[in-house]
Design a protein around this ligand. Structure first.
Ligand SMILES: [Fe+2]
Length: 249
């Protein structure tokens, strides 16, 4: 399942790009989240469960910063979040809510670097819901009904997109908690998936791309990076309890 729908006008994309750059002080360097290097220009605004909530000893970083950064995100991008909410309501006939303690969907920022012509993040399924304690908030869901999305604010001139494979990460549901998230992640990352079996979906500026997150996917490489290229996207995930989608990152 995937859907690609228009969310923003070109002028709105320009305005949100400016806001992203006006918040440079709070960009978090994430080079190490997708490369062995410190200077690959990859940043986030916001904290992400799959990076910041993996280790119970350091999870306070996610929760402390979610509280702080959510406020800034909401002050600057409430119009964008409202549009995302409306798109989800219209497309999936569901209400949208947030959990105050969890991170709002946040931004991924890739600046120009040859590295992105060859490498991107790993092939994975979105398993992040597993890292957060939904039961504490009385929320029950089946991961089969999850939703992930990417809203593109600015893309490289040669395009930006996602590779998808028709394959799901399989695990023993009864034994889900017997292994850690890191172990699940390592098993996910180890999979061999041939390039010939993937489909390449191009993102479009101003559009939001929805998929379940349950099929293997990967950020697509860019054919040719130009010096002034940027890839700015809003990223988020949702779990569904009855007719309510809960958004988080
Ligand atoms: Fe993903």
């Amino acid at each position: 399942m995937y859907k690609n729908i228009q969310l923003l006008t070109p002028d709105e994309c320009v305005n949100y790009r400016e806001k992203i750059f006006s918040l440079k002080d709070i960009w978090i360097n994430r080079a190490r989240a997708l490369s062995p290097f410190d200077d690959v220009p990859f940043y986030c605004i916001g904290v992400a469960s799959y990076i910041d909530c993996i280790n119970p000893d350091t999870n306070h970083y996610y929760f402390d910063n979610a509280k702080k950064i959510n406020k800034v995100l909401w002050e600057n991008f409430s119009g964008l979040y409202k549009k995302v909410e409306k798109a989800i309501q219209d497309e999936f006939d569901c209400e949208v809510r947030y959990i105050d303690d969890f991170a709002l969907p946040g931004f991924q920022i890739y600046l120009a670097d040859w590295y992105f012509e060859e490498f991107t993040g790993p092939k994975h399924c979105d398993f992040h819901h597993y890292l957060l304690d939904w039961k504490k908030y009385g929320i029950n869901f089946e991961p089969e009904n999850n939703l992930s999305f990417t809203a593109s604010i600015k893309l490289p001139k040669a395009g930006g997109g996602i590779y998808m494979w028709d394959k799901t990460y399989e695990y023993d549901k009864e034994a889900l908690d017997n292994i850690s998230y890191e172990e699940h992640r390592n098993r996910m990352y180890c999979i061999e998936l041939p390039d010939e079996e993937r489909t390449h979906h191009q993102y479009q500026e101003g559009h939001i791309f929805f998929h379940s997150g349950n099929k293997y996917h990967q950020v697509a490489v860019v054919d040719q990076i130009e010096n002034d290229d940027e890839r700015l996207t809003l990223q988020g995930h949702c779990v569904r309890d009855k007719n309510i989608f809960y958004l988080f990152w």
